[in-house]
Design a protein around this ligand. Structure first.
Ligand code: ADP
Ligand code: MG
Length: 686
């Protein structure tokens, strides 16, 4: 049972003031379902503004607070351009306050000519005029803005504004209780860390590194502890030893010989499966390294041993793709493979459920639908989880309960986690690595191109398509507003569609799953030639004929993410090209990232470099795939704090493995807080 003290912050967000049905969707998009999620919705960054007496004191690009008196309102001719309010500072300098679109209504209301106003925003230049585009705040009195000089900037979703999120956060923080300390006292002292509740408050108030560290540490500690509980529990469990007779595997008629690395991984898995202790193994291999066939061999062993296997994919698109690949590869073997997703309803679903129950289905591929309560297996002995990082271990355990005995688990990931971090995410697993790509793969020709040459790039795409091949076009994610990103993608899509017509499809996060699937399928089948997407291009999507990747504003992406995206091409034997479009204002780090992308295709190297580059100054940088397991801790914090968190957890387990002492109790609360409470349930199960 969850400790009572957590109840106030485990209430649903809609119990907060001002949360009606309208906010349900945006909050859900941000993953904020409980009040504690809101409290943990830490600012992406802070705007620090300087109060200046006049414009001479400010520099371009600076965030300022300044008193200005509007002198004149200028609507653009025809009403199509921006709406400008000219305003004067204390010594007569003029600055334009610029508004686009419907925001001009606000301007008319807030900025009456002749009346002094306090303005907060970023000073820019437009031609020879100073301007502030969409001021962040306009106030009649200076003191209204005094607490806005350091202001948190939160990640938003359509329908939410910064002030709205800030007000929800305030309410959530008021509800946060004081909790007894779970961190080893010496550790907290060394870091100079505030107590949990204080840390939460501080982290929202300003760039308070110690508070952020403490909260990140909590998450890492909770995870380490939960994984140790799993491991301890797994040691006590019994699985079914699986020994195959090769009957099925011998019938596999692969069009290629396995690589040495694949063979080695299969041998390692085979060794684990033969044991009674349930396997917990991670198969790590870069994009395109050939993990699927390794998974298939493992599943065939399970079937040879008279049991069933399940493959869990993170999305419907991937589930479908895996299903089709496996079905094609396994055709000569003569086994029954089924696809089960949340969309299957009625008769079709019934017959699959029947087949799983009576054992006539050997392999089921699907999304989380395959471990709903209504799904029962005759004899499930192996679970393969693709893109493991998308799932919590908790879900894995739910699946594990499906078998008569605990199934063996093989988790696969293409995320090249730096070696230093493997422990963090997969602390409870053995690791097999496919550290070699299939032969004959050509290096992807990676080039950095200035955005100024966009039309040449479009010409290149056109020639590419005329040559019979396909291409991806990735639009950047700017994060502050997903709406803006999608607007940008839609705009790009529209301009490309004007040129390429029906050959282009668009995929982004706000499409309905059916629309997304339909677009993906048109592209996968080769009917559409160009796929325009925000970063939602699913990890793992495999279209070998797509050999050109264009990434706009590539400098905005982290290295690991660029690597994942680039991995969508170079999957066939044709030469592939990746064009990284860069903006003009390139930071040193941005420059270095793009250079590294050109230099290497080694995912592990890129992951390590990514970590190094992000070590300094980019603490609050864009979150990337592979980090989803942690919501609070970023990559740099994981690398820096994990070893201590791991040791701390181990020490606690040694002293108080049942988590019954004072700190043990506090640690249980922590596990609930981070929804790692399946760890506690394992404890109770003894
Ligand atoms: P990933 O590890 O990214 O999941 P896949 O399993 O999708 O990689 O394999 C990528 C491609 O490489 C597939 O088209 C697959 O058929 C092919 N492939 C896998 N193993 C080999 C091999 N040993 N030799 C040649 N091609 C291979
Ligand atoms: Mg794959």
């Amino acid at each position: 049972m969850r400790p009572d003290i957590l109840n106030p912050i485990f209430a649903e967000v809609n119990t907060l003031d001002g949360v009606g049905p309208k906010l349900a969707k945006p909050l859900e998009r941000l993953g904020l379902s409980k009040i504690k999620d809101v409290a943990y919705h830490l600012p992406d960054r802070f705007v620090e503004r300087r109060a200046v007496a006049n414009l001479d004191e400010a520099s371009e690009g600076e965030q300022i607070v300044i008193a200005l008196t509007p002198t004149e309102h200028r609507a653009s001719r025809g009403g199509r351009g921006p709406y400008r309010v000219l305003a004067q500072d204390a010594i007569g300098n003029i600055c334009a306050l610029t508004y686009f679109g419907r925001a001009s209504y606000t301007a008319k209301k807030l900025l009456p000519p002749g009346e002094l106003r306090w303005i907060a925003g970023r000073l820019d230049r437009y031609g020879d005029m100073l301007q502030i585009v969409h001021p962040d705040h306009v106030a009649e009195k200076a003191d209204t803005l005094s607490d806005k000089q350091v202001e948190p900037i939160y990640r938003l979703a359509e329908g939410l504004t910064q002030p709205r999120v800030a007000s929800l956060v305030d309410q959530a923080l008021d509800l946060a209780p004081e909790l007894s300390e779970w961190i080893e006292p010496g550790q907290a002292d060394r870091g100079g860390w505030p107590a949990w509740r204080d840390a939460l408050h501080l982290a929202h108030r300003g760039p308070h590194e110690k508070a952020r560290d403490r909260l990140a540490y909590d998450e890492l500690f909770a995870n380490a502890l939960a994984l140790m509980l799993v491991r301890a529990d797994n040691r006590k469990r019994r699985g079914t030893p699986l020994r195959g007779d090769r009957a099925l595997r011998d019938r596999l008629n692969l069009p290629f010989p396995l690589t040495g690395a694949q063979t080695r991984c299969i041998t390692e898995i085979e060794g684990d499966l033969a044991q009674e202790a349930p396997m917990l193994r991670l198969l790590q291999g870069d994009v395109g390294s050939g993990k699927t066939v390794v998974a298939l061999e493992a599943m065939l062993i399970a079937i040879e041993a008279g049991t069933q296997a399940a493959l869990l994919a993170p999305t419907e698109i991937l589930a479908r793709q895996h299903y089709e690949t496996l079905r094609d590869m396994a055709r000569p073997v003569g086994i029954e493979i089924a696809l089960l997703t949340g969309r299957d309803k009625g008769k079709a679903r019934e017959s699959i459920l029947m087949g799983l129950l009576d054992g006539s289905i050997d392999i089921v591929v699907g999304t989380h639908a395959i471990f709903q309560d209504s799904v029962a297996y005759r004899n499930l002995a192996l679970v393969v989880i693709d893109e493991q990082h998308r799932f919590g271990v908790g879900q894995r355990l739910m699946l594990a309960r499906k078998g008569k005995t605990t199934p063996h688990t093989l988790a696969m990931t293409a995320t090249p986690i730096p070696r230093t971090l493997t422990l963090a995410q997969y602390g409870e697993m053995e690791v097999s690595q496919i550290d070699e790509l299939p032969p004959g793969r050509q290096a992807i020709d990676t080039r950095v191109v200035s955005t100024g040459r966009l039309s040449e790039v479009a010409d290149g795409v056109s020639r590419h398509i005329e040559g019979g091949q396909q291409a991806y076009w990735v639009c950047p994610i700017v994060r502050e507003s997903e709406t803006d990103d999608i607007a940008a993608a839609e705009q790009r899509f529209a301009s490309l569609k004007a040129r390429f017509g029906d050959d282009v499809v668009l995929v982004h996060g706000q499409l309905r799953p059916e629309e997304k699937d339909a677009a993906m399928e048109r592209f996968a089948s080769g009917e559409a030639k160009l796929l325009v997407a925000t970063t939602v291009i699913e990890v793992g999507v495999d279209v070998p004929n797509a050999t050109l990747m264009v990434i706009e504003q590539a400098e905005r992406f982290g290295l690991a993410q660029l690597h994942q995206l680039r991995g969508r091409v170079g999957r066939g034997s044709e030469k592939s090209v990746c064009l990284l479009l860069r903006g003009d204002a390139l930071s040193e780090t941005g420059r270095e990232r793009l250079a590294l992308m050109r230099e290497t295709q080694d995912g592990f190297r890129l992951a390590e470099e990514d970590l190094r580059l992000r070590g300094g100054g980019e603490l609050l940088g864009t979150r990337q795939s592979g980090e989803e397991a942690f919501r609070i801790a970023d990559l740099e914090q994981i690398a820096r704090l994990l070893p201590a968190a791991h040791d701390d957890a181990r020490l606690l387990m040694e002293r108080d493995g049942g988590l019954t002492g004072t700190r043990g109790e506090a640690a249980r609360t922590l596990l609930y807080l981070f929804e790692r409470d399946w760890g506690v349930q394992l404890l109770r199960g003894g």
